[in-house]
Design a protein around this ligand. Structure first.
Ligand SMILES: Nc1ncnc2c1ncn2[C@@H]1O[C@H](COP(=O)(O)OP(=O)(O)OP(=O)(O)O)[C@@H](O)[C@H]1O
Length: 383
């Protein structure tokens, strides 16, 4: 997130027009959007579709272009190329431009950006058609929606914590009853417990109201739990778009796999639909290549199991309360010296990380047997 961003000039007075009628259930269509700042291309051709009333999380490393994309959708920046359609109307692009205030879009910035001279109540009223006493019940309702006591309405933003300010910013955005809500890391200032509770409350409020929502976040777990669809942004492009389950279990490349959570990555030899590696033959659905590959499994797919046919020894552990990360060195694979020589035979010995609930079970040096559940994903070998 950068701080000094000026609103985009109205690109042209050309009126917005109705787009392709086949896309009526798609609330938001972003097509081929490019945006540069001072010769640096920040968005390099972004395509994104969000269905009416659904929630998309855009996740990606700092500086990958998430906020810029949100600002283009909101109308605070004009794209250099490509288009944005909202509810079948082109609001940015070669054939139309609608300024931000006419897009029925709510936007909650990373820093909340409340008006410091107004009270909390007046900040929220800003989005309401009524003011003062008439607005009070609705202000109270909106504060409750973001888990705040209505008594806060009389305070100034400077008398609130960062997390409370963020929740007031959400309430102010909700007051306008936008059809599309853009949330730029709105929960990042909240502590862990409040963060989960506020996220649930906001998600429920928005989905009950049928508001299409886009959430930008750094937090992979937040993206996976909040959204119907996750879009992974990397270096100005969306590297993968899919359901949380699909992007987590079937990432399209190694960088996406590692960004979305812990991954066990092993050298393997792909033969048909089996990846042969130090963990045995792991089934892979629709492998993109044969031969030498990187195999990816999630740590929770590797279980400590009595009688499991993979042997390993605990190297060390990291205790996290409900679970412990256990680093295990896989046993070297013993090859029959009298048997045929197979150059693709795995050799074992790699160190992998798995998770286990019982920290006591996994003291360093303990010998364990393991088994793998489910399928792996493979990526072409890149050395
Ligand atoms: N108005 C601007 N002028 C110049 N450069 C900008 C402007 N807005 C964004 N950038 C640059 O574009 C790049 C992407 O910024 P952006 O804020 O979109 O990333 P982000 O993925 O949201 O990052 P973060 O997660 O840290 O907020 C950064 O290098 C940033 O410095």
């Amino acid at each position: 997130m950068t701080t000094s961003r000026r609103p985009a000039p109205a690109a042209s007075p050309v009126p917005a027009f109705a787009a392709d009628p086949h896309h009526v259930t798609d609330h938001l269509l972003v097509g081929g959007v490019r945006k540069s700042f001072g010769g640096t291309e920040v968005l390099k051709g972004v395509d994104l579709t969000v269905a009416q009333g659904r929630t998309t999380a855009i996740v990606g490393a700092s500086g990958s272009g998430k906020t810029t994309l949100l600002r283009v959708i909101a109308g605070f920046e004009a794209p250099d190329a490509g288009s944005v359609c909202l509810g079948g109307v082109q609001v940015a692009g070669p054939s139309g431009w609608l300024p931000a205030h006419r897009r029925s879009v709510g936007y909650v910035a990373q820093d909340g950006a409340l008006f410091p001279h107004l009270t909390v109540g007046q900040n929220i009223e800003f989005g309401l058609p009524v003011r003062g006493r008439t607005a009070a019940p609705r202000v109270a309702e909106l504060l409750e929606m973001v888990s705040m006591d209505p008594a806060y309405a009389r305070r100034k933003p400077s008398q609130l914590s960062g997390g409370q300010q963020q929740r007031v910013a959400l309430a102010r955005a909700l007051a306008r009853q936008p059809q599309l809500m853009l949330l730029d890391e709105p929960f990042s200032a909240l502590d862990a417990g409040l963060r989960v509770a506020t996220r649930r409350a906001v998600s429920k409020t928005l989905s009950d109201a049928g508001v299409t929502t886009i959430l930008v976040t750094h937090d992979q777990a937040e993206a996976l739990s909040f959204a119907d669809q996750v879009a992974v942004m990397r270096d100005g492009r969306l590297a993968q778009i899919g359901s949380p389950f699909v992007v987590y279990t079937r990432p399209t490349d190694r960088a996406t796999a590692e960004f979305l959570g812990d991954a066990v990555i092993l050298e393997a030899w792909m033969e048909g639909s089996l990846a042969l590696c130090s963990l045995g033959g792991i089934p892979v659905r629709r492998p993109p290549v044969q031969g030498r590959v990187h195999l990816m499994l999630r740590p929770e797919q590797i279980r400590i199991a009595e009688g499991g046919n993979i042997r390993g020894r605990v190297v060390d552990t990291d205790y996290f309360g409900p679970e412990t990360t256990v680093r295990i060195q896989l046993a070297p694979i013993v090859v029959d010296p009298a048997g045929p020589v197979d150059p693709h035979q795995p050799v074992g010995g790699e160190v992998i990380s798995i998770r286990h609930w019982n920290a006591m079970l996994a003291r360093p040096g303990t010998e364990l047997s393991l088994k793998v559940v489910g399928e792996g994903v493979v990526f072409p070998w890149d050395g």
